[in-house]
Design a protein. Structure first.
Length: 263
């Protein structure tokens, strides 16, 4: 007999809290277009295989699920759509589940402290272990941000990108980072405390471009060619990034960037 799940999507509902949504008469059928027009749409990096999901927390239905869900979770597209929010419950490693729920609740609390017009600029990145249908354990970056709001500015439609980052060999401990793209600040959220206030990110536009390309596996020579810079200039940018993040090499730099939502 198959063991019953000890968790359910009700945990997500409890983490979100009791909300009453006053939904405007707006058509969200073309959800991918709404993603493209979102203020955060140009700020995502998927350093590895990923799948995309859009969910409605008013109806608790999955509105969109990309075909790549099978590659990451082991569950087919049909299974994922039938499970709805239970897909994320099943895919979260049981040992990381409580942490995910606690930090998810804290992230929601912080989000609702913001002015309604600012809420669209917040993205939460969860780092935890995913458990595939076949039992294989993966390291996952789970990025989530609101794309649909009711008339009071309360988010009820969320977009999610779940990326397999096992190849980066990040630390095993789960972690949650809330990133305010409007103010260019981040907050690391831990259970047991409200949050650790983040500091402004002092990185130039060019440094961010170099960092993103390093994370994508490009060499300094390839980056120089792509950005039409000299090789020595790219090496200088890389050196500055290492100094600012206080890490020793490119691998540690990419790990730091992923964990702290700099990409």
């Amino acid at each position: 007999m198959k063991k019953a799940l000890s968790h359910s999507y009700i945990d997500f509902a409890n983490a979100l809290g009791k909300r009453q949504y006053l939904v405007r008469d707006k058509d969200y059928d073309d959800l991918l277009e709404s993603i493209d027009q979102h203020p955060l749409s140009k700020g995502f990096a998927t350093i590895g295989p990923y799948f995309f999901l859009i969910g409605n927390v008013k109806t608790w239905k999955t509105l969109y699920l990309s075909d790549e869900v099978g590659q990451i979770t082991g569950y087919s597209y049909k299974e994922g759509m039938e499970m709805g929010p239970e897909l994320l419950v099943r895919f979260t490693h049981p040992e990381d589940y409580a942490f995910a729920m606690q930090t998810n609740q804290k992230a929601i609390e912080i989000l609702y402290q913001q002015a309604p017009e600012d809420r669209a600029y917040f993205i939460c990145s969860f780092y935890y272990r995913g458990l595939r249908k076949d039992g294989k354990v993966l390291s996952i970056q789970h990025q989530i941000f609101p794309i649909g709001f009711d008339v009071q500015g309360n988010p009820y439609i969320f977009a999610m990108i779940l990326t397999d980052i096992s190849h980066l060999n990040l630390p095993r401990n789960p972690r949650t980072v809330l990133f305010d793209k409007k103010r260019n600040q981040l907050q690391v959220i831990n259970p047991g405390e409200f949050f650790i206030a983040g500091k402004p990110l002092k990185y130039s536009k060019r440094e961010k471009e170099v960092l993103r390309l390093l994370a994508s596996g490009h060499s300094s020579k390839a980056i120089a060619e792509k950005l039409e810079l000299s090789f020595h200039t790219v090496v200088t940018y890389r050196k500055r990034l290492l100094e600012k993040t206080e890490v020793k090499n490119t691998t540690e730099l990419v790990n730091f960037a992923m964990i702290n939502a700099l990409l």
